[in-house]
Design a protein around this ligand. Structure first.
Ligand code: SF4
Length: 263
């Protein structure tokens, strides 16, 4: 498997078959998050391009289609960096739909929510999980370490608001808490209230190796209380409360390259 990996146990999505439309040897991203499990960002970019031709991904999907039907609950764009950097994202979504009726999700850092073309492509997905770890530019730069000074949190938030207005699928916000932003819960809860996602996912980096310590369960419970007022219109879930599924990967090596061996 060159472009697909898993299925992996996702605490948010169930048995998730990964699609890596970058499939670069090392990480390609517009951020360098302090907690990233993929290590340093080797290719720092905000420019979109085709990394893997759509037909190559489609051939792999076609070959695995019967196994996918049996073993996966969802097909998820993720992998060796930020998947919206793949300029053929929309095309690959169309290719996946030719081979399966499983729902399609994406994990995105949301940096390109500012781009109307990207928002249009994201509208084709059933579930969009967008990252929001910081309430202001200073914290954004400390936690997510954008690779260009031109990446502005307020513009990303404006793009997310626009996307929320346009998108009929399930929009989830993923908030990763680490030591640096542990005191930002209340402000992030206000941002989430403005963005009106369907779901808020409170996370801390439990998966190894990532270079920073996760916050303990008790502290995550306190943070979760700051999001109470969003319920019940917005579902709020927390990583410590979700059971890990028993999932069999088709190709374990392909998973370890993208998620590390410690999960
Ligand atoms: S956005 Fe994702 S892939 Fe990029 S550095 Fe952050 S955690 Fe890693």
């Amino acid at each position: 498997m060159r472009y697909l990996y898993g299925p992996v146990a996702s605490w948010r999505l169930g048995r998730s078959l990964g699609v890596d439309i970058l499939s670069t040897a090392e990480k390609t991203c517009s951020f360098e998050c302090v907690y990233c499990q993929l290590g340093r960002t080797v290719t720092k970019t905000t420019d979109r391009r085709v990394f893997v031709p759509t037909d190559a991904i489609e051939r792999e999907l076609q070959a695995l289609a019967p196994v996918i039907e049996e073993t996966a609950d969802v097909i998820t764009f993720a992998g060796m960096g930020e998947p919206t950097l793949g300029a053929n994202l929309g095309e690959v979504v169309d290719a996946i739909r030719r081979h399966t009726r499983k729902p399609i999700a994406i994990l995105t850092n949301a940096a390109l929510m500012t781009d109307k073309t990207v928002r249009e492509e994201l509208k084709k997905l059933d579930v969009v999980i967008a990252k929001l770890d910081a309430p202001d530019q200073a914290m954004f730069e400390a936690v997510n370490r954008p690779v260009s000074a031109e990446i502005k949190l307020d513009e990303i938030i404006a793009g997310l608001k626009e996307f929320r207005r346009e998108y009929r699928g399930r929009l989830c916000l993923q908030l990763m808490f680490v030591v640096a932003n542990r005191a930002s819960g209340a402000e992030l809860a206000r941002s989430a209230a403005e963005l009106q996602p369907d779901e808020v996912q409170l996370n801390t980096p439990l998966r190894r190796p990532c270079g920073v310590k996760p916050l303990p369960g008790e502290e995550m419970k306190q943070i979760e209380k700051q999001f109470e007022q969003l319920k019940p219109e917005i579902e709020v879930i927390s990583v410590y409360e979700r059971m890990k599924l028993d999932v069999w990967a088709i190709d374990k090596g392909a998973v370890i390259r993208r998620r590390g061996a410690g999960d």
